[in-house]
Design a protein around this ligand. Structure first.
Ligand code: SOE
Length: 383
């Protein structure tokens, strides 16, 4: 297929800037697509850092002010991989300039911010997508197929957790390039918006809307030096967050996230128990899907560990040969592939800004519930 060129302008050159750049660079090598991303410009405040990033990843030019990037006539897609407090202004300006907008998760720092972003992209009619990358793990995509085929029957339970341990040290500063996730003004919230948001996005996708939540949060380290001001300041983020939920389909759920689970680096796990079958998945072993089917012959019944590497598994025909697994970075490549294929078909697949706002409605309700100590309703999305 001869692919049409699509000029990308990336904002942010941290960890996520790398995952996105790698996806744009690799996607046409493995997927036959109607569009080919061109790494036209990358933008970050630090001129030396952005120049080094551009050289490393092959961006043709650099900017140090995102407003300049957004105004550039040669940029067609603005891809936002900068800290959470920059998502809304950049996305709204990019949409107003008629650009397609891709944005890292969470969409906004809270649902009201997300609502302004949704309004901007929908008013401008520009394609939009949020990088909730775990939807595109082949094993998670296989879980989605099995659920949609009705193989689990009625769903009783949904269980998810995302455990990390990198902020336990009490002298770790908050704020600044590496640690903005600890600064509530920049991040919006702690693990609720950073980690539970992933669990919620996957859950809404796999199991439908959540109606009500009852949550508790904790900030274990109450004060930290701020990397930018040099002062010791109150910590405003939640270090740990757990909630009960009722899904609209009648199933019950538990969700938990923390950065204080010593020994766990990025343990995102989910389990779904249905009338006929159960599914379990674990990010540390991401190419496997655990499956139990009660309808199997009794003597042989048991948990199967499906090695999701075969050509008929989601995305896998684009990679190596059966039995050879892929990893984390491929989830971003899959998302870029789906975006580019969707553009040509006139329908970009989710999660759209609107889908991601639904996640922010849940995280807002979680934080409200933790403050109030009561069950909170998750409001329906406005049309
Ligand atoms: C936090 O450590 C973090 O990098 C999140 O921000 C990402 O979204 C998650 O995928 C891995 O952990």
């Amino acid at each position: 297929m001869s692919a049409k060129l699509l000029n990308i302008g990336l904002v942010g050159c941290g960890f996520m800037g790398r995952t996105h750049s790698n996806a744009f660079a690799q996607v046409n090598r493995f997927f036959d697509l109607p569009y080919r991303p061109v790494l036209r410009a990358v933008c970050a405040r630090d001129a030396a850092k952005v120049a080094a990033f551009a050289a490393q990843w092959g961006y043709a030019s650099t900017e140090t002010d995102w407003r300049k990037l957004v105004e550039r006539p040669d940029i067609e897609v603005v891809d936002i991989a900068s800290p959470n407090d920059t998502h809304a202004p950049i996305a709204i300006a990019a949409a107003a300039a008629g650009k397609m907008v891709l944005c890292e998760k969470p969409l906004g720092r809270h649902a009201a911010e997300s609502a302004r972003m949704v309004e901007a992209v929908e008013k401008a009619g520009v394609p939009n997508m949020v990088w909730y990358n775990y939807r595109r793990v082949p094993a998670v995509a296989l879980a989605k197929q099995l659920i949609d085929e009705g193989r689990l029957g009625r769903i009783f339970h949904y269980r998810a957790k995302f455990l990390q341990d990198w902020t336990i040290a009490a002298d770790l500063p908050q704020g600044g390039p590496g640690l903005w996730r600890l600064d509530v003004h920049v991040a919006g919230s702690g693990v609720t918006g950073d980690l539970l948001a992933h669990c919620i996005d996957t859950a809404l996708w796999l199991n439908g809307p959540i109606d009500r939540v009852a949550a508790m949060t904790e900030t274990f380290v109450k004060e930290r030096p701020h990397a930018l001001t040099g002062r010791v300041e109150a910590v405003g983020i939640d270090d740990a967050s757990a909630f009960l939920a009722r899904f609209r389909n009648g199933s019950l759920a538990t969700f938990e996230a923390t950065r204080y689970a010593r020994g766990h680096k990025a343990l995102y796990t989910l389990e779904i128990n249905g009338e006929h079958a159960s599914i379990a998945w674990d990010l540390h072993d991401l190419h496997r899907l655990a499956w139990f089917d009660h309808r199997d012959e009794g003597r042989l019944r048991g948990w199967r560990s499906i090695h999701v590497t075969d050509g008929d598994h989601p995305y896998m025909k684009h990679w190596w040969v059966p039995g050879l697994q892929i990893g984390y970075e491929h989830t971003f490549i899959h998302q870029a592939a789906d975006f580019l294929a969707g553009l040509a078909e006139g329908h970009v697949p989710g999660p759209s800004f609107r889908d991601a706002m639904a996640t922010d409605y849940v995280t807002d309700a979680v934080l409200r519930s933790a403050r109030a100590g009561s069950w909170e309703q998750v409001p329906p999305l406005p049309s």
